[in-house]
Design a protein around this ligand. Structure first.
Ligand SMILES: [Zn+2]
Ligand SMILES: [Zn+2]
Length: 432
C-alpha cells in the first residue's frame, strides 16, 4: 500500500483503552485507536482497512467491482472520514471525560458518535452510489469501443456439463497454486426439490422418442450454446439483446417428403391416449408428452399440413445469458484479487426440434402394452436412455442428481432472471 494513498486522522489524547470493541465494527476500532493513542502519533488507515469499513459498516462489498469504481469508493470514504463535522466535538468531549477518568461516559459517547459517524458515511455513500455507477458505465463503454478491433482468442475446453458450470475460479485461487481452473469436484449435494412432469420434458438437452409400427416421432431440446471467458474487471459485461428468428424452420434434406394432414396425426395421438390403461406405467409422463406433441403441432401447422420431416424452432424471442464460475474464499491480499473476476459467459439460444419419422394412416393402434419400450427418454448430455416401467422415476432422479443445481438465466433483452426450473416449466418462453 502506498503511503500517499492512505488517510490520516490525528490522534486525540493519551489513555489506556479499557473498552472492548468487537472485530465486526471497524469504525469503533478506529475510535478506540484514537482515544487510546498515548504517543500522539497519527492514526493511519490503509486501503484494506477502508475496504473493511465499506464491507462491515456500510454493507458495500467491493471485491468484484470494477477497478475504477473501487478507486472512487476509496477516495470518497477517505474524504468523508477526514471531513466528518463532529471530529472537533468528539475530540473535546473525549479529552474532558478522560481527564475525569469517566470510562462509562466515554463508552456511551463512543456509542452515540459511532452511530452518528456511520449514518453520516452511509448518507454520503447513498448519494454517491448512482453517480459512481454512471461514471463507470460511461468509462467502460468508451473502453469497449477502443477494444472492439482487438483479436479474438479461442480456447477449447472439454469437460462434463456439471464441471463446466464451475470450471473457472473468479480469480487465481491461492489455495490451489493460483490456478484459475477448478479441477476439483465439489461435494455432491443432496437435492430435495421436486420437479414437475412439464419441466422433465423441457429440461436442458432431453430427447423423447415414440416408436410404434405405424408412427415414429422424435422431439427434444436442441439449444445452441456459445461460451466466452471474460475477466469482468476489464470487459464490459452488458450483453446486447440477441433476437431469435421465430419462424418454423424445416429441414431441406428431404425434398420429396410426403405431406401429412394434421388431423390424421391428431387422430393417431388420440388413439394412443385411448389405448393407455388407467393404471399404465408412466401414465402421467406419457399423457403429458402426447399433449405436448399435439400442442406444438397445432401451434406450428395451422394450415393443417405438415411434412414427414424434421422441424426446428426457437422457443423464445431472445437468447438468455448466464455466468459460470466458482468462488474463491477472499483473503486480505486485495491488490492481487482486484485484478480478476473471471466468469464464463454462457449464451443459450433455446430451441426444440421434432421429426416425424414414420406415419401409416391405415393402422389402428391398440393394445399398446404389447410393444415394449415404445416410448423412451434420453439425456443428450450424458447419453443416458430412460425406458421401462420406472422410466419416470429414473429420469426425474437423473435430472435431480446431475442437472438440477444450475445457475439462473437472464433474458438478454429485458434482463429478467429465471431459474432453469421456471424456464423448463414454461417451455423456455417468457414475455419481456
Ligand atoms: Zn444427464
Ligand atoms: Zn425478456
Amino acid at each position: 500500500m502506498e503511503d500517499d494513498n492512505d488517510v490520516t486522522i490525528t490522534g486525540v489524547t493519551d489513555m489506556e483503552a479499557l473498552i472492548h470493541i468487537p472485530d465486526d465494527k471497524p469504525l469503533m476500532q478506529l475510535f478506540k485507536r484514537l482515544i487510546g493513542n498515548d504517543t500522539k502519533q497519527n492514526t493511519v488507515l490503509t486501503n484494506a482497512q477502508i475496504l473493511d469499513i465499506l464491507k462491515k459498516e456500510l454493507n458495500t462489498d467491493v471485491v468484484y467491482i470494477h477497478d475504477l469504481e473501487l478507486e472512487i469508493y476509496l477516495n470518497i470514504i477517505k474524504k468523508f472520514l477526514k471531513d466528518w463535522p463532529q471530529w472537533d466535538d468528539f475530540d473535546k468531549s473525549v479529552s474532558s471525560l478522560k481527564s475525569k477518568g469517566d470510562i462509562d461516559a466515554i463508552k456511551k459517547l463512543l456509542d452515540v458518535k459511532y452511530n452518528n459517524f456511520r449514518d453520516y458515511l452511509k448518507a454520503k455513500l447513498d448519494v454517491a452510489q448512482p453517480l459512481i455507477k454512471n461514471v463507470v458505465k460511461k468509462a467502460t463503454a468508451k473502453k469497449k469501443e477502443a477494444d472492439d478491433d482487438k483479436m479474438n482468442v479461442l480456447m477449447e475446453v472439454s469437460c462434463t456439463r456439471s464441471q463446466l458450470n464451475k470450471i473457472f475460479f473468479r480469480r487465481p485461487n491461492p489455495q490451489q497454486r493460483n490456478t484459475i481452473f477448478n479441477f476439483i469436484d465439489g461435494p455432491t449435494k443432496i437435492v430435495l426439490d421436486n420437479i414437475s412432469i412439464e419441466a422433465l420434458i423441457n429440461w436442458f438437452h432431453i430427447k423423447v422418442e415414440v416408436n410404434l409400427p405405424s408412427f415414429v416421432y422424435r422431439f427434444g431440446m436442441t439449444h445452441k450454446l456459445k461460451h466466452v471467458l471474460l475477466n469482468k474487471k476489464i470487459n464490459e459485461t452488458a450483453v446486447a439483446p440477441t433476437v431469435l428468428n421465430q419462424h418454423l424452420q424445416r429441414s431441406t434434406n428431404r425434398k420429396n417428403a410426403s405431406l401429412l394432414k394434421l388431423e390424421d396425426i391428431q387422430y393417431i395421438l388420440k388413439e394412443i391416449l385411448a389405448s393407455i390403461p388407467h393404471d399404465y406405467h408412466n401414465g402421467q409422463l406419457i399423457r403429458a408428452t402426447l399433449a405436448y406433441i399435439e400442442t406444438h403441432l397445432v401451434r406450428n401447422h395451422k394450415s393443417g399440413g405438415l411434412y414427414l420431416t424434421y422441424y426446428r424452432k426457437y422457443m423464445n424471442k431472445y437468447a438468455y445469458v448466464r455466468y459460470l464460475y466458482a468462488d474463491v474464499p477472499s483473503d486480505s491480499n486485495f491488490n492481487n484479487i482486484n485484478k480478476y473476476d473471471l466468469q464464463l459467459q454462457e449464451m443459450i439460444y433455446p430451441s426444440y426440434y421434432y421429426e416425424i419419422g414414420k406415419f401409416v394412416k391405415s393402422e389402428i393402434i391398440s393394445k399398446l402394452f404389447i410393444y415394449t419400450n415404445w416410448i423412451k427418454f434420453e439425456c443428450l448430455l450424458c447419453n443416458k436412455v430412460f425406458l421401462g416401467p420406472d422410466m419416470t422415476e429414473k429420469l426425474k432422479q437423473h435430472i435431480l442428481d446431475y442437472h438440477f443445481d444450475q445457475p439462473d438465466w437472464q433474458c438478454t433483452n429485458c434482463k429478467s432472471i429465471y431459474s432453469m426450473l421456471y424456464l423448463a416449466e414454461n417451455k423456455w418462453e417468457h414475455k419481456c
